[in-house]
Structure formats: structure tokens, C-alpha cells
Design a protein around this ligand. Structure first.
Ligand SMILES: Nc1ncnc2c1ncn2[C@@H]1O[C@H](COP(=O)(O)OP(=O)(O)OP(=O)(O)O)[C@@H](O)[C@H]1O
Ligand SMILES: [Mg+2]
Length: 199
């Protein structure tokens, strides 16, 4: 199963989402490979630095070009989970990954411009491939968040989950995975699995 974490915008939460989803996917005891398609290799570094399960059980493949990405995707076995962390602003790589994806997870944030950027990513997803939004670093208690959620609902855009804004999640590789981050991403993972089953 191939899950592509896709956004055109930088700094929305692609790497954080990819790493947490890899951790959560591993709990289902399927082998997990994280394909890091971003030349910055921040997901690869994060996972390589981990010295405890689940992250140290995740295989990392660095694939910073479309050619390497396509090759890495071709090597994901049917019983395996492959999660792609993508670079910002690279439509070509996103399209290459999405063409073989079982589902697409689109991290975004609350805010006017963000909405248009996330919609642009939905437009790149192949028609039959399920896709859903993850609202990253969400201030769920704010009016802005409530309004944004209402807007997505009205536009009938699937929201697979919201991840609360937490310093423990922002700590990235410098701290261990935050329990509430894992809980939130676990529910995103379940939604993604369900969407694949129903596709
Ligand atoms: N739930 C959260 N709470 C607080 N901070 C968060 C949360 N999720 C992500 N962040 C922070 O937001 C910043 C951007 O996240 P991340 O690096 O995952 O985004 P990205 O889309 O991969 O960025 P880039 O485009 O640079 O690759 C990081 O500093 C990260 O720690
Ligand atoms: Mg990143």
C-alpha cells in the first residue's frame, strides 16, 4: 500500500505527517518504508536518528529525483506500507508518486491562502485515488479553525483529521513521538485505510 503525503506549499507539516504515519503504520506490524523524496532529507534524518520502536523499525529510502522516486515506489512489496514524504513545490514528483498511490494525504493549515493551495493539490490527484486533508498544527479551540472546518465541509472536501498544535510535536527528531500526536495520526491512518478499502 502506497500513501503519498502531498503538498505544494512548504512548511505545512508534510515531514511531520509522514514520520508519524510511518510510526502508526508500523504498529499494524506490516513492514514500513518511508520514501523521502525531498532533497532536504529531513524525514530520513529523523528516522535514522531514532533509536527505539516504532521509528527504528522503519526502513528509509532517499529518493530526491523523479527517477529515484519511481524506482523506490516500484520496490514497495504488496504486503508492505510505503509512505512518501514529498518536497515542496514539485508538481512533477507529486504526479509521479500519485500515479501509483493507493491514497493521498494532504497536510494543510488553517488560513485563507492555505485553502487554495490545498485545493490545487486535490486537482493533481488521479480521479479514482482517495485523498483527504490533515489539518496540521491546529488550534482547534479558535474561531478560525471552526470556520475553516465548516468551509471544507461545505465544499465536501474530506478532512481525515486535525493534529493539535503542540510543542512536543514541533520538537521533531529532538524528542520522542508525542503520545497525543500518535493518537491524532492514528485516527488519520484509520481514515486512510478505510478510504482505500472503499475505493
Ligand atoms: N502539530 C504540530 N504542532 C506544532 N508544530 C508542528 C506540528 N506539525 C508540524 N509542526 C511544525 O511545523 C513546521 C513545519 O513542519 P514540517 O517540517 O513537517 O513541514 P514540511 O511541510 O515537511 O516542511 P518543508 O516544506 O520544509 O519540507 C516544523 O517546525 C514542525 O515541527
Ligand atoms: Mg518536509
Amino acid at each position: 500500500m502506497i500513501v503519498v503525503v502531498a503538498a505544494l506549499k512548504g512548511g505545512v507539516g508534510k515531514t511531520t505527517t509522514s514520520v508519524y504515519l510511518a510510526a502508526v503504520a508500523w504498529s499494524s506490524r506490516r513492514p514500513v518504508t518511508l520514501i523521502d523524496a525531498d532533497a532536504q532529507a529531513s524525514a530520513a534524518e529523523w528516522i535514522e536518528q531514532a533509536d527505539a520502536e516504532p521509528l527504528d523499525a522503519v526502513t528509509v529510502v532517499e529518493a530526491p529525483t523523479t527517477r529515484l522516486l519511481t524506482r523506490a515506489l516500484g520496490r514497495i512489496a504488496p504486503d508492505e506500507v510505503g509512505i512518501v514524504d514529498s518536497p515542496p513545490g514539485n508538481e512533477r514528483m507529486l504526479e509521479a508518486a500519485m500515479s501509483v498511490a493507493d491514497c493521498v494525504v494532504i497536510p494543510t493549515r488553517v488560513g485563507g491562502v492555505e485553502t487554495a493551495r490545498a485545493e490545487a493539490v486535490f486537482d493533481l490527484v488521479p480521479r479514482k485515488t482517495p485523498a483527504g486533508l490533515v489539518i496540521c498544527s491546529a488550534r482547534t479551540y479558535t474561531r478560525d479553525y471552526q470556520d475553516a472546518m465548516a468551509g471544507w465541509r461545505e465544499a465536501q472536501v474530506p478532512v481525515w483529521g486535525s493534529i493539535p498544535e503542540r510543542v512536543t510535536i514541533a520538537a521533531g527528531p529532538d524528542a520522542y513521538l508525542a503520545p497525543d500526536g500518535l493518537d491524532s495520526y492514528r485516527s488519520v491512518w484509520r481514515r486512510a485505510l478505510r478510504s482505500v478499502r472503499e475505493a
